[in-house]
Design a protein around this ligand. Structure first.
Ligand SMILES: NC(=O)C1=CN([C@@H]2O[C@H](COP(=O)(O)OP(=O)(O)OC[C@H]3O[C@@H](n4cnc5c(N)ncnc54)[C@H](OP(=O)(O)O)[C@@H]3O)[C@@H](O)[C@H]2O)C=CC1
Ligand SMILES: O=C(O)CCC(=O)C(=O)O
Length: 526
């Protein structure tokens, strides 16, 4: 498939006229062909007008048709073949195996959402039949279902050019809910975005859906994203990226005449608690496993283990020795963009320059452009508590070990942490009582608590929560990974005494769609 450098607006391909840009291969620093045209206000207007025109029809597509659409998108992405992988490698510096795995995850989550759509319980139909004889007052016939929120603006993330980008989790869950999507493609991987965008565009056409179900825009500055979020026809936003970018978009959304929800995944340092018995029994293995998680994908995961909390003592020294040895031998790896690389270097320099922090190890020296050397630092619980800047995310393979005098100090540090995507416990049986004391704090701080694993690598499943209190996300009531993500793009509507023939099928007597429904409080298929 040829990459043209055009935006995809409804059924058309259209070259933007507001400036030009090219992707950069971060491994070589060279600009890649073709030249892309940046979009402007007229392109946002056209994409949003089409999305709005498609909305009422798309949200009422039958469950089977919508599920088949998601499956067609998945198949079309696979059908691009190796061109997709080679372009994504060139644009991101990520290795083939990682991108092939990511493609599998992307296709898998589209197919999982197809199953969810077919199964239909997301409609959450409720029926409270009329009680005309009730005294002192009769009850009306009251029915409820969930409908799609409206067109959704999705911002592709730089660090997952497939699974969190044009056809990533935000798009899949919005489509599943029945929302048209306008994607603002990330400037780091426009060719990958165009290829995937064309796969979606073809699926819209072959499934007989209105063209406005999907558009893909590019820009050469913040203006296009701002205009998209400000457009009155956009009713929700999905974003993964920097705290600054997420906050800026939240502000735009909040200042609209009609404010809208922004589901932004932004910043997390993912504390790992090395509990005393676990440390005593397997300090060396933990040191090696920690470095493997830290350096995976050049550390460019929002779930990266950015801080470790540990009780000081000889077992910690064993852990540090193993971790510094592993990290000292880890190769420098190419980061996604020159900007992300520069931000990593400046974050590491800031930590190194802090009087309260000691450098423990650096990875092997860089041998090419945009490469990052992993970094491992230590500080004390007291110093960490005194300096809120030590909590700032350094995006990449950098981590800070916090030496605590006892488990109570670990809890005290946990209490001072900002909201997190994850909190990890390395624990043995003898740590159970201490962990039981920590869990209430971790439940308040994080979206996912895990034991004896590492936070990188999120399973896409029904029970997953990839979210958490601010600043991990802008809305802790939801998740951006897993099937619960559909809820972000739905809202309940109640129908009181609406004539039977005007009710949506999901709420009609006789349950023509065979959905799980709550009738007079009882859940069943009646
Ligand atoms: N925690 C996480 O999961 C991640 C964190 N990051 C962090 O973000 C930094 C930069 O990476 P990047 O991926 O580019 O993330 P950004 O947040 O800078 O950009 C993400 C997207 O949001 C848009 N955007 C950003 N700011 C604004 C704004 N003020 N108004 C309108 N649109 C905006 C960008 O558009 P435009 O192209 O116009 O800039 C881009 O499409 C990294 O160094 C890292 O610190 C990055 C990825 C993931
Ligand atoms: O760890 C993962 O698999 C997902 C990470 C993520 O959401 C991110 O880095 O933005």
């Amino acid at each position: 498939m040829t990459i043209t450098g055009e935006m995809l607006i409804g059924a058309t391909a259209h070259r933007g006229s507001q400036g030009e840009f090219r992707a950069v291969d971060p491994a070589t620093g060279e600009a890649l062909d073709p030249v892309f045209g940046g979009g402007g206000a007229a392109d946002v207007e056209r994409a949003c007008a089409l999305a709005w025109a498609a909305f009422d029809s798309f949200r009422e597509t039958g469950l089977e048709q919508r599920a088949a659409f998601l499956e067609t998108v998945a198949q079309n992405i696979l059908d691009i073949g190796d061109d997709l992988i080679t372009r994504a490698m060139a644009e991101s510096g990520l290795p083939r195996a990682r991108l092939e795995g990511e493609r599998g995850r992307t296709v898998g989550q589209l197919r999982l959402f197809a199953q969810v759509v077919r199964e239909g319980s997301w409609v959450e139909a409720r029926i409270d039949p009329a009680l005309p004889a009730r005294t002192p007052l009769p009850r009306a016939d009251i029915r409820q279902r969930h409908i799609a929120l409206g067109p959704v603006a999705v911002f592709g993330a730089s660090n997952f050019p497939l699974a969190f980008s044009v056809a990533g989790g935000d798009t899949a869950s919005a489509f599943a809910a029945g929302c048209p999507v306008v994607v603002k493609g990330h400037g780091a991987h426009p060719g990958t975005s165009e290829l995937v965008g064309r796969a979606i565009q073809a699926a819209v056409a072959s499934c007989g859906l209105p063209e406005g179900v999907f558009s893909l825009l590019f820009g050469t500055g913040n203006e296009i994203g701002t205009a998209l979020v400000a457009d009155p026809r956009i009713k929700a936003v999905g974003f993964t990226g920097s705290r600054r970018g997420g906050l800026a978009l939240m502000e735009v959304a909040a200042k609209r005449p009609e404010p809208i929800p922004v589901y932004a995944e932004m910043s997390s340092i993912n504390p790992v608690f090395l509990m005393p018995a676990a440390l005593a029994s397997r300090a060396e293995a933990l040191g090696k496993a920690f470095v493997a998680s830290l350096t995976m994908g050049a550390g460019q995961f929002c779930t990266n283990p950015g801080i470790l909390l540990v009780v000081d003592g000889p077992d910690l020294d064993r852990f540090v020795a193993a971790a510094t040895e592993a990290l000292g031998g880890s190769a420098a790896s190419t980061m996604l963009t020159p900007g992300i690389h520069a931000a990593f270097d400046s974050g590491v320099a800031k930590l190194a320059g802090s009087g309260a922090v000691t450098m423990l190890a650096r990875g092997l020296a860089c041998s090419g452009p945009n490469q990052a050397q992993a970094a491992f630092f230590t500080t004390t619980a007291e110093a960490f508590l005194a300096d809120p800047e030590l909590q700032e995310e350094v995006f990449g393979a950098a981590s800070l070990l916090i030496r605590c005098p006892d488990v109570a100090a670990m809890t005290a540090v946990a209490e001072k942490l900002e909201g997190q995507l994850t909190a990890t416990l390395q624990m043995d049986a003898a740590d159970r009582a201490a962990v039981a004391g920590l869990i209430p704090t971790l439940e308040r701080k994080a979206g996912r608590i895990l034991a004896n694993g590492w936070p990188t690598g999120v399973e896409v499943c029904h029970a997953m929560v990839h979210g958490g209190p601010f600043p991990a996300t802008s809305d802790p009531r939801s998740t951006s990974v897993g099937t619960l993500a559909i809820r972000r793009f739905l809202r309940p509507v109640c129908y009181q005494d609406i004539p039977a023939d005007l009710l949506p099928e999901s709420l009609r007597d006789g349950n023509p769609l065979g959905l799980w429904r709550r009738v007079d409080g009882e859940l069943g298929r009646g």
